[in-house]
Ligand binder design. Structure first.
Ligand code: G3H
Ligand code: 13P
Ligand code: ZN
Ligand code: NA
Length: 283
């Protein structure tokens, strides 16, 4: 069932659980996610990055995600991940996305507010939900000091003002997670999360969630995270599935036989996440 992102995340916010937002780039990933959602009776968010849309085409991603949503009884939202281009955000809305992210986190506060506000005004007019980002979520390649790390974290005062002025539906915050795999164990600023959640009282988004230990994920959910972005862990499962099959069956060249096991590997990982996040059984 295709629904808005807000519908899914407001329920999660009210009841205190989180929903996985899984990055999709091809049919097998979409199928792995939707099968996992059906099996665990979990609401789910299918999201595509600008890179994903460039690879597959926005029309293909939208069409596949819509088929997945319409053939499932569980609530499904289709979301643009890290949108930075106004025209592309409009294209996603036109193609039936029910949620978009406008990522203005690299701009100074005033500018981030201005571009986010513009997207919110248009998206809300047509029933599409909006995610924005405040603070800077790292890449694991970024070699930064602890002080620099803290300076990039989301400031609670700024967050309060940002939400009030933009009218955004959910906010991605920087509390120490990073995109991609981690070198060591990520140290999350749970006190900051707690303060931000109390002050905003709205759905909170955690990016870079692949590689974050189960205990930290569960603590983050208990403190108010409601949308958890996962990409790298799915990529790794895909890679494992393909590699194992190809290494064990060097003479097989049928793409269905090669990608089938990868789809199963991804589904297993996604089911684990849905249980971990607390979305299983909530549909
Ligand atoms: O946040 C980034 C996501 O993992 C998407 O990555 O831009 O390589 O598709 P990508
Ligand atoms: P990971 O690749 O670390 O799971 O991050 C995904 C993400 O935040 C997508 O927006
Ligand atoms: Zn992200
Ligand atoms: Na990560």
């Amino acid at each position: 069932m295709l629904v808005s992102g807000k519908e899914i995340l407001l329920d999660a916010h009210k009841k205190g659980y989180a929903v996985g937002a899984f990055n999709v780039n091809n049919m097998e990933i979409v199928q792995a996610i939707i099968e996992a959602a059906k099996e665990t009776n979990s609401p789910v968010i299918l999201q595509a990055s600008q890179g994903g849309l460039k690879y597959a085409g926005v029309e293909y991603i939208a069409a596949m995600a819509k088929v997945a949503a319409e053939t499932a009884k569980v609530p499904v939202a289709i979301h643009l991940d890290h949108g930075t281009d106004f025209v592309q955000i409009m294209k996603c809305i036109r193609n039936g996305f029910t949620s978009v992210m406008i990522d203005g986190s690299k701009y100074p506060l005033e500018e981030n507010i201005a571009i986010t506000k513009k997207v919110v005004e248009i998206a809300h007019a047509v029933g599409v939900s909006v995610e924005a980002e405040l603070g800077k979520i790292g890449g694991t390649e970024d070699d930064i000091t602890v002080d620099e790390r803290d300076a990039t974290f989301t400031d609670p005062d700024e967050a309060e003002r940002f939400v009030k002025e933009t009218g955004v539906d959910y906010l991605a915050i920087a509390i120490g997670t990073a995109h991609g795999p981690y070198k060591g164990e990520p140290k999350l600023d749970f006190d900051r999360l707690k303060v931000i959640k109390e002050r905003l009282n709205m759905p909170i988004v955690l990016h870079g969630s692949s590689g974050v230990p189960e205990e930290s994920i569960k603590k983050a959910v208990s403190l108010g995270v409601n949308k958890i972005n996962i990409d790298t862990d799915i990529r790794m499962a895909f890679n494992k599935g393909v590699r194992e099959f190809v290494e064990n069956n060097p003479d097989v060249y049928d793409p269905r036989k090669i990608l089938g096991p990868a789809r199963e590997e991804m589904k297993k990982v996604i089911i684990e996440k849905m249980i971990m996040f607390g979305s299983a059984g909530r549909a």
